[in-house]
Design a protein around this ligand. Structure first.
Ligand code: ADP
Ligand code: F6P
Length: 483
């Protein structure tokens, strides 16, 4: 059987080094959590960055890192401190991330960051070249590696290359701002199949190709001088059963075996049975809309005083890209608003916001999803948002209300949720009230439809659809070349 390679900037596990110890922990983020399930069910190796800066390692430590990664079927691409600064924090997260999420005011246009981005994409191509034995397919992921498909195609024209973008592709009018726009598009067109989460992202990409490079475009197809590139949308799913089954199993656990989170929530609920828990979970990222979410919650407490003693917002924010200035600033802003709201609305024994700035183990995460009545997900822009899907999957009796931003890719498939505009705090506050008051039967009706859809179009189906399309592309390319 042929092997295939998964390539992404971040590996599914992250390495941390303390003295002689090597800690291996799961990575947070949609790409890692989603693809992790996929890589286990296919014969694949995963190439990416372990999260440590290479020059800080002794050769002994590097060996340990490589061994720990080998156990997970992962291969490390060493990045130096300078590469992390210029390629990862720099071009990837100060240029492409803000631009593709429509935060053009944050975008930096630095030539040295662009050069580092090109060099690191080339470095990935070199590591791939060292691991090509028995490989017939390569699946490249996300915005850190937009130039890589073309680099691989030049060196290995026979290999089939798929590329999937996990973030939005912006409208042409936004994308054209980028000085290196043509190089980026050409880099992506090295793939045989390009996948996006939604039809809109696909359409935006097609429009940029046509207007910038003038290539002939039919539905789902771009004709290059010597090849055809297929383009399609594949909305990413989750490992539905993993979340659903874990939630069921957790409810059956004895008090002793319950997670800390569940014990705490149950204890609190005994004291205050009227409490509705509103859950907010994401990486601490400006695209996720934490500020507007907190302001909307504050507005809710102010405008709907009858609910003040009945709601608790559980705010879980995972540290992310802490080396980038906007992320540091946002952390301060979040701290400030949480302090202000808690200062204003707390009583001796109740606090409206429980704030956690950390990552949680899987079981605690599932217990939060399962226990909290409402999820409040309000990104300003989000490629997909898997948290919304995980929340619904973890509901075991069908009850629970999802409030979801129309700017998240997931909203296209989850119209049974309460869909809101993340910039409209009055609308969000009204949705919170609707969620609190929604009769059980209506919750169950909405969630039954959602759960059926999420179970059917799970992450395995998503990966299979992508890989089957990739197979077909190769076959049609062979026919095209034979003509
Ligand atoms: P993104 O990829 O932009 O981070 P997604 O919502 O698509 O956003 O994916 C986030 C992933 O990270 C989800 O699979 C979620 O379970 C995981 N995650 C988010 N917050 C935490 C946390 N505090 N602890 C552990 N995992 C988390
Ligand atoms: O799913 C979107 C995504 O941007 C991934 O590409 C990325 O790995 C993840 O979120 C988390 O970000 P980071 O890798 O910068 O920690």
């Amino acid at each position: 059987m042929k092997r295939f390679l998964i390539i992404s900037n971040r590996l599914p596990v992250q390495i941390a080094i303390s003295d002689d110890n090597i800690d291996v922990t799961p990575s947070v983020g949609g790409l890692a959590t989603g693809m992790q399930s996929v890589s286990k069910s296919f014969k694949s190796s995963w190439i990416g960055w372990s999260g440590v800066e290479a020059q800080n390692l002794s050769s002994e430590q590097q060996k340990k890192v490589d061994n720990a990664l080998a156990k997970e079927n992962c291969i490390d691409v060493n990045l130096t401190e300078e590469e992390v600064e210029l390629y990862y924090e720099g071009f990837s997260n100060k240029t492409i991330w803000p631009l593709f999420h429509y935060f053009s005011q944050f975008v930096e246009y630095e030539e040295d960051q662009w050069q580092a981005y090109k060099a690191v994409n080339q470095k990935f191509a070199d590591v791939i070249a060292e691991n090509m034995e028995g490989v017939d397919k390569i699946w490249v992921h996300d915005y850190h590696l937009l130039l890589l498909p073309q680099m691989i195609k030049e060196r290995f024209p026979e290999v089939t290359i798929g590329f999937f973008l996990h973030i939005p592709f912006p409208s042409y009018e936004v994308f054209r701002i980028l000085p290196w726009r043509n190089e980026i598009i050409n880099g992506m067109l090295g793939a045989d199949l390009l996948g996006f989460h939604t039809f809109d992202y696909e359409r935006h990409f097609m429009s940029s190709v046509r207007r910038l490079l003038g290539y002939d475009i039919q539905i789902n197809e771009i004709s290059l001088p010597r090849r055809i590139v297929k383009v399609d949308n594949f909305p990413m799913g989750i490992d539905y059963d993993k979340f659903h089954d874990a939630a069921i199993a957790s409810q059956k656990k004895s008090v002793r075996d319950k997670s800390e989170v569940r014990k705490e929530l149950e204890r609190y609920y005994l004291l205050y049975p009227e409490t509705k828990f509103i859950l907010s979970i994401d990486r601490l990222d400006y695209s996720k809309g934490l500020i507007n979410r907190l302001e909307a919650f504050e507005y809710f407490l102010q405008e709907y005083p009858e609910y003040r003693d009945k709601v608790t917002l559980v705010l879980l924010a995972v540290p992310s890209r802490v080396g980038v200035e906007q992320y540091q600033q946002m952390k301060s802003e979040v701290d400030e608003i949480v302090g202000r709201v808690n200062g204003k609305y707390s009583s001796i024994n109740r606090m409206p916001i429980w704030y956690f700035y950390r990552s949680l183990p899987f079981q605690n995460l599932v217990d939060l999803y399962n226990y909290c009545e409402i999820a409040l997900i309000t990104p300003i822009r989000d490629g997909m948002n898997l948290v919304a899907k995980e929340f619904i999957a973890s509901k075991t009796d069908g009850r629970g209300v999802l409030i979801l931003s129309e700017m998240a890719g997931a909203s296209k498939e989850m119209s049974e949720a309460l869909i809101i505009n993340p910039n409209d705090k009055a609308q969000i506050a009204a949705a919170i009230q609707t969620a609190i008051e929604m009769p059980d039967e209506e919750q169950i009706e909405r969630n039954t439809i959602l759960q059926k859809r999420l179970k059917r179009y799970n992450v395995e189906k998503w990966a299979n659809d992508f890989l089957n399309s990739l197979e077909k592309v190769k076959m049609s390319e062979e026919i095209y070349l034979a003509k």
